[in-house]
Design a protein around this ligand. Structure first.
Ligand code: ATP
Ligand code: MG
Length: 367
């Protein structure tokens, strides 16, 4: 069958946002607390495919309808600050149709206060990002609007990120109606948090994206497959939901493969179902597991390899024995990998993989 429902791709807004009501509520509540409040600055933390970008996009849509001018998600990069101003200016046109909101580029005589002296074509030295942002916030404030900045793929040690945070703090100091939401991988965020100058992130309200519950995924699947006219039992829906391990990306992949594996009349054979789940797993391992592992060191990988032979959790002392390593060494790697959100402590002295299908990945490698 043709798939008109599922969308296994990164950074696209799904038709239905599954299992994130509470997360959305946290984010939207943050927009209604008074300016300067701690909840006005948020940090979304989640592994690959957990829906960070999707949440930023949903929040952008909500905020636009609730009195905010929004800089849609901007990836941390060399020209991030300019991009943010451009996006604000662009969205500003929607609600400030008559105001002269131009804040990008090197000309600054366009902001009203120097009217009559300067013209649109006049070049002036480039003002700082903070200056132009303040100017925009003031214009927005005069029109009764707040300003929301969304930043995706936070990277440790990025100069532009530091400048953005400093500017945000200045806006707060100036009493501007501004909010900011960052999203990043646990590894990137934990590195960022260690930097002295970014104590800001320590104080920002954090939102951890946990796996979505199997029940919510099953309910969603039932609705989608009924809509598509696919004849699938509750038992198989349960199996498919279980196979997602709570990952929204895996949920989209499995849903997609099941749909395209169904016959035109909506029937689904057991063989087609099994094949669909196995194709979804394969894609997930390539897209999520391999990209999660690629920035890790050889020693990190050795640690993760040493966990593969255990059924569920691994005793930290067994890992040490398998690696013939001292406890302090094992502890160091355990901490690193936990901070990166790749393993988690299941109980005292025991760890398990925190990314779906990592065990399968390492077991297959061993074969
Ligand atoms: N709550 C959700 N409901 C339905 N689909 C979702 C949800 N969250 C994410 N998805 C889907 O999962 C996939 C991954 O989402 P997204 O790109 O937001 O992840 P991410 O956390 O930003 O990943 P990365 O770290 O790789 O950038 C997309 O196909 C998206 O449509
Ligand atoms: Mg993303």
């Amino acid at each position: 069958m043709t798939d008109t429902v599922f969308s296994p791709a990164f950074g696209n807004k799904p038709g239905t946002l599954v299992g994130r009501d509470l997360s959305m509520k946290c984010l939207t509540d943050g927009l209604s607390v008074p300016a300067g409040n701690r909840e006005r600055a948020r940090l979304i933390i989640g592994q690959r495919g957990m829906g960070k970008t999707v949440l930023l996009l949903e929040l952008a849509e909500y905020a636009k309808k609730h009195n905010y001018i929004v800089a849609s998600p901007t990836v941390v990069s060399g020209d991030m600050l300019e991009r943010i101003l451009e996006k604000l200016e662009r969205d500003g046109k929607r609600v400030l149709p008559h105001a002269r909101t131009k804040v990008t580029g090197g000309t600054v005589g366009l902001l009203g206060f120097s009217a009559g002296i300067q013209t649109e074509t006049q070049q002036e030295p480039t003002r700082s990002f903070a200056y132009r942002l303040l100017d925009f916030c003031e214009k927005a404030g005069e029109a009764g609007k707040g300003v929301l900045i969304l930043v995706d793929e936070v990277q440790a040690n990025h100069e532009e990120l530091k400048r953005l945070i400093i500017a945000y703090q200045e806006m707060v100091g100036e009493g501007q109606n501004i909010a900011i939401v960052f999203a990043g991988l646990p590894a990137a965020v934990s590195k960022t948090l260690n930097q002295h100058f970014l104590t800001f992130f320590n104080r920002a309200a954090k939102l951890y994206l946990e796996p979505i519950s199997e029940t919510e995924i099953s309910i969603y699947y039932r609705k989608c497959f009924d809509e598509l006219g696919i004849d699938i039992s509750d038992d198989w829906i349960g199996k498919a939901a279980e196979a997602t391990e709570g990952s929204p990306y895996m949920m989209q992949l499995a849903g997609h493969y099941i749909t395209v594996s169904a016959a035109e009349d909506g029937t689904l054979s057991e063989r087609a179902f099994r094949q669909a789940i196995s194709s979804a797993k394969k894609d997930f391992i390539t897209d999520i597991c391999e990209t999660t592992l690629s920035p890790l060191s050889e020693k990190d990988i050795e640690f993760l390899h040493a966990m593969a032979e255990d059924k569920k959790e691994s005793a930290v002392r067994d890992i040490g024995a398998r690696l013939s390593a001292e406890p302090a060494y094992v502890q160091r790697y355990k901490t690193r990998l936990s901070q990166a959100g790749i393993i988690s402590q299941s109980r005292r002295g025991y760890v398990e993989y925190a990314v779906p299908y990592l065990k399968d990945y390492f077991r297959n490698e061993k074969e």
